[in-house]
Ligand binder design. Structure first.
Ligand code: MN
Length: 301
């Protein structure tokens, strides 16, 4: 099957912050266990400039959040007591397990440019009841080629493995391309893949006489069975490759929740809005973000 190109849509994070959301799309809910991809920025602070990121306390279940910064600085706060500053080239990985709440805020002083991705990884069913955890990875393995460099953020890629703990077979690799040129990387043919173009414009040779082009804000989805990906960039480019074995379980998503059933999603909404299941995030200076009522429920009377 030929690759399919999706264009990220604008999504409002609140507080005037707009991001580009490439996953999920109706036609493609997951790529391996990857179930969400938001691209924020680049924004540059300054008089009259767009604000950075400031997302008040909100909960998660059933997933891992992957915050991968290209440039800038953010502070992560959560309900298990973590407080972690992250800068460009670093990874924050939060595993919700049965439930956690967090906030991601601008530090009072930060570099002017903010640019990065937030992705979610769906947890397998058996992980949905474990205790939440948080990890920060300041340094990640890299692979350097002729005119390109890969940082292995999640899983394994080109023989290198990220120290980040995940629970299914995955890859998440940041590819930077120095300028116009062409290169090829090996893929795991058991994986489906998505190549998100962060910056620049690329052409992918994906089979006999098959060529797919994509530019900033577009996600190219590749079905399993490909052992190699040849990328031709017309100028400097930045790409995020995500992939994994097709996720074997059906998942349901609502707002910040991933679960095995709609009932579990409804329970999480109620527990966040009315209860203390997720604990308390201290020190964000921002109000809690209320969970919206699931659209499949009839309107309250
Ligand atoms: Mn979050």
């Amino acid at each position: 099957m030929s690759p399919v190109v999706f264009t990220a849509r604008a999504a409002d994070l609140g507080g005037g912050v707009t991001v580009r959301r490439a996953l999920p799309v109706r036609a493609k809910r997951t790529i391996g266990a990857w179930c969400f991809l938001d691209h924020f920025g680049p924004v540059t602070a300054g008089a009259g400039a767009a604000p950075g990121i400031a997302v008040g306390p909100h909960p998660h279940i059933g997933l891992q959040t992957v915050t991968w910064l290209f440039d800038g600085e953010l502070v992560h706060l959560d309900s298990i007591g973590s407080r972690q500053t992250i800068v460009g080239g670093q990874l924050n990985l939060m595993t919700s397990g049965a439930g956690i709440a967090h906030a991601e805020i601008d530090p009072p002083v930060r570099p002017p440019r903010l640019h990065g991705l937030q992705l979610w990884i769906a947890l397998p069913g058996w992980m949905r009841e474990v205790a939440p955890s948080f990890a920060h990875h300041a340094a990640l393995p890299t692979v350097v080629g002729d005119g390109w460099r890969a940082t292995v953020v999640i899983g394994s890629f080109l023989g290198r493995t990220s120290p980040a703990e995940v629970h299914s077979a995955l890859v998440g690799a940041d590819l930077t391309v120095a300028g116009a040129g062409s290169f090829a990387v090996d893929l795991d043919p058991a994986f489906e893949h998505g190549l998100y173009v962060v910056e620049g414009e690329v052409a992918l040779d994906t089979g006999e006489d098959e060529r797919t082009t994509a530019s900033s804000g577009q996600l190219v989805v590749l079905e399993p069975g490909r052992a190699e990906l040849r990328v031709t960039a017309t100028s400097a480019a930045r790409l995020m490759l995500v992939g994994g074995a097709p996720f074997p379980e059906p998942i349901h998503m609502w707002w910040n929740f991933v679960a095995g059933s709609r009932e579990a999603l409804e329970r999480a909404v109620t527990d966040w809005n009315d209860g203390d299941r997720f604990g308390v995030v201290i020190g964000s200076g921002l109000p809690r973000v209320p969970a919206p009522r699931p659209t499949w429920l009839s309107a309250p009377t």
